[in-house]
Design a protein around this ligand. Structure first.
Ligand SMILES: Nc1ncnc2c1ncn2[C@@H]1O[C@H](COP(=O)(O)OP(=O)(O)O)[C@@H](O)[C@H]1O
Ligand SMILES: [Mg+2]
Length: 311
């Protein structure tokens, strides 16, 4: 099982769209995929469930909010009990061994995130606070070691555009971070901060692991898979000059690699915000430029993770 966090400090850069469509295409290629919605905005969840469906089936008993809402996340509810298999998308995935499952989010996750941060400060001794830090930050990674999750090839985590505790649990749990970004000043500006904060988190975590050496926690080593540029403006088969400039800037100056595949701006494909319960790329026809780009991205990501499922 490979775990990838999809994140960027900025909202509206395509995190949820990339998570949903990459997950769906990987499933169509036979991968067993689990999507984990950690954004209180719940957009990923609503890409697969109607608001009424979520209200009736998930809201009170089957969202990630229940899981984080404990002294140490997961103490009350095993993560596996929150997994659902949305039907419309799985019918579109087709008849192969692939599957797309989801752990849904909840608007109230934002409050839990703040509570968790407060709890972190609650310990009275240095040793106690290190233990608490490790237990909280490592909680999602520990939960994913449940043999239940061995059934998945790929877990994609859609993160909120912040560096709260919930996001930090996702980073510790992930082998890789995939960063969707628009090719503009603000989207690329945050990239170095993201790298800096992740590095800091890993250093602190690993420092505490080394001090405690109680066998409960292993060092964390999360790597950047790369930046995937989304909503790229294409004219006459070319990226516009202004955007080309930003992409080159990142390619030359950032420690995070730029993925070869980019996703063009296409309101026609992505304008309907999930009403059908099936990501756009599973509805697209065979000769479609955007599908070709997303297929390329799926090849690139699955290849980097050494998962099979290329076309
Ligand atoms: N390649 C694209 N072309 C056009 N619109 C897009 C594209 N990717 C995403 N969008 C739209 O842009 C908005 C923000 O995308 P979203 O994936 O929700 O971003 P984030 O999760 O980073 O906030 C959504 O309305 C989405 O449908
Ligand atoms: Mg989102």
């Amino acid at each position: 099982m490979r775990v990838v966090a999809v994140m960027n400090y900025k909202g509206g850069v395509g995190k949820t769209t990339v998570t949903a469509n990459l997950g769906a295409l990987a499933a169509r290629r036979g991968q067993r995929v689990l999507l984990l919605d950690l954004d209180p905005q719940t957009n990923l969840t609503f890409s697969f469930f109607s608001i009424d469906g979520w209200h009736d089936q998930l809201k009170d008993k089957r969202t990630i909010r229940q899981w984080y809402d404990a002294e140490i996340p997961g103490q009350n509810t095993p993560l596996s009990e929150l997994v659902v298999t949305p039907d419309r998308v799985n019918r579109a995935v087709g008849n192969n061994s692939g599957q797309l499952d989801l752990i849904s989010s909840h608007l109230g996750l934002i409050d839990i995130d703040l509570e968790l941060a407060a709890r972190l400060g609650g310990a009275t001794t240095l040793d106690g606070s290190k233990k608490k830090f490790l237990d909280l930050h490592d909680s999602l990674r520990q939960a994913l070691t449940d043999p239940y999750f061995d059934r998945y090839d790929l877990v994609l985590i859609d993160c909120a555009p912040n560096f709260g505790l919930v996001t930090k649990t996702a980073i510790v749990a992930s082998e890789f971070i995939l960063v969707p970004a628009k090719a503009d000043y603000l989207s690329t500006l945050g990239l170095e901060y993201l790298v800096g904060h992740c590095t800091e988190l890993m250093e602190q975590f690993n420092d505490f692991v080394n001090h405690k050496r109680d066998g409960h926690h292993q060092p964390v080593r999360t790597d950047f898979l790369g930046v995937v540029f989304t909503m790229v403006q294409i004219y006459s088969q070319q990226v516009t000059l202004a955007q080309h400039h930003y992409i080159e800037e990142v390619r030359l100056n950032s420690v995070v690699p730029v993925l070869a595949n980019k996703i063009r701006n296409s309101p026609r494909h992505f304008g309907d915000a999930g009403e059908t319960g099936v990501p756009a790329m599973l509805r697209a026809g065979g000769r479609d430029d955007v599908l070709r780009e997303f297929d390329g991205l799926t090849d690139e990501v699955l290849g980097a993770l050494a998962l099979s499922g290329s076309r």
